[in-house]
Write a protein that binds this ligand. Structure first.
Ligand SMILES: O=C(CO)[C@H](O)[C@H](O)COP(=O)(O)O
Length: 232
């Protein structure tokens, strides 16, 4: 499968991803996020299952993480069967000093939010470039196709600059794993992520936005293999 994560190896992402796998304990139910950083975590968990007899079950957030987990040999379950998770691990597109984060670069943020909110501990894995004083990258917003015109106009009304995300290898829009569109909306510097999140959530047709306010800690990987942990 070709995808945005076929980019070259990143030692920073690898360091963060592999370290985060060491936070998983025997018997844990683990939320498995989506993206190139957490892919290292999923593969390392597979190694621990094979080589250390680690006994875990994973809940995936996308078809992509499902395929990686199956390849790696991580046993899977569903939130329906295992509604409460011990830990969820996932990447992010940007995070700030208060550990507010923006996610959804891979259009998986709706399931990622559900899975992370189902976990006792939510750990973000990142490279150093995603740390910011103030959030400023575009906010991915999953949108019901039927409601897209109202959502686009409403996002402009609250000061956003929305763009329907186009698919890379298909004519037309990205379709999420849930059958919806994704609107990427720029708001400049986001001074109050909580307030913006509430405004976006009120728009009919919005399924979920990519502002996350439930991150417990961030693991930042460095090129030399070391990690920095940020907790509030
Ligand atoms: O939110 C996400 C997917 O929807 C990813 O976690 C986020 O885009 C980070 O990806 P990567 O680890 O590849 O940089």
């Amino acid at each position: 499968m070709t995808d945005r994560n076929q980019a070259k190896e990143s030692p920073e992402k690898k360091a963060a991803g592999i370290y985060a796998a060491s936070l998983v304990k025997d018997g844990d139910a683990v939320g498995l996020g989506t993206g190139s950083t957490v892919a290292y975590t999923i593969k390392e968990l597979g190694r621990r299952v094979r080589e250390e007899n680690l006994n875990i079950v994973g809940v995936v957030t996308s078809y992509q993480s499902e395929m990686i987990a199956i390849d790696a040999g991580v046993p899977l379950t569903s939130l329906a069967e295992t509604p409460r998770l011990n830990i969820a691990i996932d990447g992010a597109d940007q995070f700030d000093e208060n550990l507010f984060a923006i996610k959804g670069g891979g259009a998986a943020h709706t399931r990622e939010k559900i899975v992370s909110m189902s976990a006792d501990r939510f750990v973000v894995v990142s490279d150093p470039a995603k740390k910011a004083k103030t959030l400023s990258v575009f906010v991915p917003i999953e949108v019901m196709p039927f409601g897209r015109a109202l959502v686009m106009q409403s996002l402009k009304d609250i000061g956003g600059d929305p763009t329907l995300r186009a698919a890379a290898k298909k004519d037309g829009p990205v379709i999420t794993d849930n059958g919806n569109f994704v609107v990427d909306c720029t708001f400049g510097e986001i001074k109050d992520p909580k307030e913006l999140a509430a405004k976006i959530s009120q728009i009919p047709g919005v399924v979920e936005h990519g502002i996350f306010m439930n991150v417990d800690e961030v693991v930042i990987g460095n090129a030399d293999g070391t990690v920095e942990i940020i907790k509030l």
